[in-house]
Design a protein around this ligand. Sequence first.
Ligand code: UDP
Ligand code: LCN
Length: 817
Amino acid sequence: MAGGGGLMRRSDSIADMMPEALRQSRYHMKRCFQRYVAGGSRLMKRHQLLEELHRSADGKNEVAEGFLGYVISSTHEAVVLPPFVNFAVRTNPGIWEYIKVHSADLTVQQITPSQYLKCKEILYDQEWAQDDNSLEVDFGALDDLSTPRLTLPSSIGNGMRFVSRFMSSKLAGAGMKPLLDYLLALSHRGESLMVNDTLDTVSKLQTALLLAEVFLAGLRGDTPYQKLEHKFQEWGLERGWGGTAEACRETISCLSEVLQAPDPANMDRFFSRVPSVFSIVIFSIHGYFGQEKVLGMPDTGGQVVYILDQVRALEEELLQRIEQQGLDFTPRILVLTRLIPEAKGTKCNVELEPVENTRHSTILRVPFKTEDGEDLPQWVSRFDIYPYLERYAEDSCAKILEMLQGKPDLVIGNYTDGNLVASLVSRKLGVTQGTIAHALEKTKYEDSDVKWRDMDHKYHFSCQFTADMIAMNTSDFIIASTYQEIAGSKEKPGQYESHYAFTMPGLCRFATGINVFDPKFNIAAPGADQSIYFPFTLKQKRLTDLHPQIEELVYSKEDNNEHIGYLEDRSKPVIFSMARLDKVKNITGLVEWYGQNKRLRDLVNLVVVGGLLDPSQSKDREEIEEINKMHSLINKYQLKGQIRWIKAQTDRVRNGELYRCIADTRGAFVQPALYEAFGLTVIEAMNCGLPTFATNQGGPAEIIVNDVSGFHINPLDGKEASNKIADFFQKCKEDPMYWNKMSTDGLQRIYECYTWQIYATKVLNMGSMYGFWRTMDKEERQAKQRYLQMFYNLQFRKLAKTLPKVGERPEQPTAAT
Ligand code: UDP
Ligand code: LCN
C-alpha cells in the first residue's frame, strides 16, 4: 500500500480483503474479469471498468454495490495484461494501493508502485519495461524514516502545523542546541539579530531571557525599544525582539516557553515573530511578465496577476513585521523574469521596473542568451524554454547578489521554469526555497506521462516533468492555492498527487515522485487586490468617471473591433463572464447553454469578455477555433439583442468597475471552465459582491460553498447548469432579498478565506519555519540533494540539450498558464 506514512492495518488492505469478496461473487467476478482480459492488453479507466462490471452483474445490485464495486469505483485505472489485471486503487485522497488479480483463478497479490508502473510500461515500450537497468528514480527512498509524514488525508496541505509539532518533539528529545545555533546565525547585512555570540549555551540564553522578562515587567508596554537596547545588550540580546517593551515581552515569553518545554503553539508564535526574512526573490520567467498590456498575450494569464499582487501583499507584511520587530531595515522583493528585446509594445524589454503600489519591490529582467552570448531577441514558448534555464540561473544569480548586495533570505519559484531556476539558485546560495505551480501541465493532458513520446515534439514534457520532479523535491515548502491542487477530491487525484508514482516509458520511471503526505505542502490561497475589486455597495469609492466608457462597452448598439452584439432590453440583469478564449475556459460552452435555454434568455442578458473578435488577428490555434465558434453560435441561436461579446480587456481597474456595474444590474458572474486550477476571476467577482456560479471542476469548487456563498455548476451538463442559473434569477424576481443574501455571503467567504493578507502572513511564516527546519534535518537533506544534483546533471541537462533551437519549428502551442 502506498500513500500516508503509516501502513494500513492488514485487515484494511484491499489485497487482503479482496479474495474473500471475490469468492462470494465468484461467478459474476469471473465473468467480469473475462471481459476485462477479452479486450487484450490495454489501459482501462474507471468508467470502462465499471461499465464491464455492470454488464457482468446481470442486474444483481449486490455485486456492483458490494466490496468489489467499491474497489472498482475506487480504481483510478487498470493495466490489463492477460491473464492479469493490475489495479491502481485510490481509496482516499493520497492513498494508493496496487493490486494484481489473475483473471482465471482470481488470486490477488499486492504489488509495489514500481511493479505496477512496469506493467503499464509494457503497453508502451516493452523492451524498456523489461530491462532491469532502465532508469528508475525513487525520491521516497531517500526520505529518512525518522522524518514522519502526515497520515490523514484531511491533514494534507497543513504541513506547517505538522512541522511545528515535529520540531517541538525533536527539540524536546534532542535538546535546544539546534534552536540556539539557528538564533546565533540570525543576522542581516552583517548585524547579529536577537542574540549575540556571548550567549553560546542554552542556559546562558535562558538566564538572559529571565533577566529581560523581569526588567520588562516593570516597564510600560509602549516603552520604545531604544530605551531597552542598552540593557538588552548587557545581557547579550540584540535587536529584533520587538519595537516596544510589550512586543519584546511577548517574543521573549514564546521563546522561554519553547526552551522550557517546546509546544507547537509557542513554536508557531515564535517563528511568526523571528526576524529572518527581509529580502525575497521570486522567479516568474516565461510569458510576457509586465504590468500593462500583457494579459492575454501568449503564456500570460492569471499567474502574472497573482505574482504582482503577491509581491504587494508580501511587501506590506514584511514592513509590518519589521516594524513589530523593532528594526529599521528596508525589505526588498525582486521578481526575476525574462528580458524580451522584441517586446511587442510591452515593457518586457526594460531591465528594471518598479512594482506599482510598492516602495521596495522591483521587476528585474534578465535576458536569455544564445550560444554566441547574444541576447535572445524573441519570445519563447514556455514549452521550449528549457535549454536557456541553466545559464539564466547563473546570470540572474549574479544580478541578484549585485542588486541586493548579498543573498536573499527566501527564493520562491513560479511554474516549472521558475521553480527549476529557484532550485538552482537556492542550492548555490544555500537559501530556503518555496515552490508555486498554479497549474501543473501533466494533469492537463490525459496520459501525458506514458504518451510523452507522442507529445514531446510539441510540448517537451520529457524536460518539463523532469524539471518539476527536481523542483518539487528540492523545495523546502510548496505553496498550493487549494486542497484539490495537492490531493484532488474523493473522485479525482490532485495535480501534485498525480506525480506520486508515474512513468515515462523509455525515459524514466518515478517509483516515488512526490508524496502529498510530505509536510512541505501548504495551502495559501491567493486573494484579489481589494483596492481594485471592492463591493459595488461602496458608493463613495465607485469609479463613476469610468461609467461612460463602461456604458459604451456594454450597451452601445454598434459592432466594432472591440465588441459585437447588443442588449435590447436594458432592464434585465446581466450574466457576465471573462476569461482567455481557450477551449478549457469554455466561454463558448456558456454561450451555447444560454442560446439553448429560452427561460434563461428571457430572464437575463449575457455579456462575455474574452479573446479577439477577428480570427485573422489571432496567432493562437485554439483561440482562432474558439473565435469562429463564438461567431457561429451567435448566428445559430440568433443571440444578437441578448448578447454582448467584448474583446479581452487589459485594464484591471476598469475591469473592477465593470464587475461592479454588472452587480448594479443585479446580475451574476459565471465561470464555466471545463477545468480551472484556481480561478482568480471567481474571487474578483465575489469581492465585488457579484453572486457567482462557477465550475465544479478544480479550484472554484473549493472557493465557493455551493448554495451558501455561490453556486457550483457542472460544465459537462449545460442544461443543468443553465437551469440552475435561471432558477436563481427566477427566485430573485420573487424574492429580491435572495440576491442580496448571495452577494453578502459570497463576500463573507472571501473575507474569511481569500485575502492577500491571509496569504502573506502564511507565506512569511512558511519562510521562517521551514528556514529553521532545513537546519534541523541537514544530513537527510544533504543525501537527497546529492541524489537530485546527480539526476539534474545526468538527466535534465541531457534532455534540455536535445531540444530544438527556437525558430526551428514553425508552429508553437500558445496559451496562458
Ligand atoms: N483577465 C483580464 N482580461 C481578460 C481576461 C482575463 O484582465 O480579458 C484577468 C482576470 O481578471 C484575472 C486573470 O486575467 O485576473 C485571469 O486569471 P484566472 O485565474 O481567472 O485564469 P488564467 O488566465 O490564469 O487561467
Ligand atoms: C493559472 C490558472 O490556470 C488559474 O486557474 C489560476 O487562478 C491562476 O494561474 C493564478 O493562480
